[in-house]
Design a protein around this ligand. Structure first.
Ligand code: 8X3
Length: 256
């Protein structure tokens, strides 16, 4: 029960890493503030989190791309939910795998609006309260893609490089406060990620993980839980993790 009494706000909580983090935190007795666009899926995550032991769950249907919706969601939290201890700034996605000079501009907008601007809007709405209360931890979901660009992925990789810089800048700007800032930077994780990238093409998505044992959402949730349960004076700046079958974004070993 290492998160007993703590309020954790998780964006993109309806599936994947967000939902797995909700479960990991639930098992530690956290109070979960869960946000996602898909209300139906979010309700399922919420009910599973209650079964796993969450002290309480409050769900918000939210698209982080809307600056005003994000601010309103935070401003209108019931008082018993307002004092967020942990923010898992997780909502993000990839769209398309194309050469930069032929890419769909709609895909770019969606990635940049979610992975960069959405990340900023949520941090901007939540962090001031942490500073005032003198406690808090911000976890940003970065990616190995933010460390090394791969062909046909320039815009996604750029959005994750931006997340990395934003996370580092936030840590600098919070120096002198007790608020901690961590980036979790995974390689290949098998979630809905590739299906969303390929606009629902399940076969194409499956090929991404063919012949490897990819990381799971639970593996990432485990790293997040570790980072947020260190002693208060320990700030984990970055956790970079891959499957044993991946060395970096360009080098993957596939069993045939
Ligand atoms: C996810 C990692 O390599 O599939 O951010 O882009 S990768």
């Amino acid at each position: 029960m290492r998160l007993k009494g703590k309020i954790a706000f998780i964006t993109g909580a309806s599936a994947g890493i967000g939902a797995a983090t909700a479960m990991a935190f639930a098992q530690e007795g956290a109070r979960l503030l869960l946000a996602a666009r898909r209300a139906g899926k979010l309700a399922q995550t919420a009910s599973r989190a209650v079964d796993r032991g969450a002290a309480a769950v409050h769900s918000i249907s939210l698209d982080v791309r809307s600056r005003f919706a994000v601010q309103r969601a935070i401003d209108e939290l019931p008082p018993e939910w307002a004092e967020i201890d942990i923010l898992v700034n997780n909502a993000g996605l990839s769209r398309g795998m194309d050469k930069l000079y032929t890419g769909r501009i709609e895909d770019w907008e969606e990635m940049i609006d979610t992975n960069v601007k959405g990340l900023l809007y949520v941090a901007r709405a939540v962090v001031p309260g942490m500073v005032v209360r003198g406690r808090g931890h911000v976890v940003t979901l970065g990616s190995m893609a933010g460390e090394m660009v791969y062909p046909n992925g320039a815009v996604y990789c750029a959005s994750k490089a931006a997340a990395r810089t934003i996370n580092d800048g936030l840590r600098e700007d919070l120096l002198g406060t007790p608020v901690r800032v961590t980036s979790i930077d995974p390689g290949l994780v098998e979630t809905e990620f590739s299906q969303i990238r390929f606009h629902g093409d399940v076969e194409k998505a499956a090929k991404v993980y063919k012949g490897i044992k990819p990381l799971t959402g639970e593996d990432i949730a485990d790293a997040i839980l570790w980072a947020v349960t260190r002693p208060a004076h320990v700030n984990i700046a970055r956790v970079s993790l891959t499957s044993i079958h991946q060395a970096n974004t360009l080098l993957v070993h596939r069993e045939s």
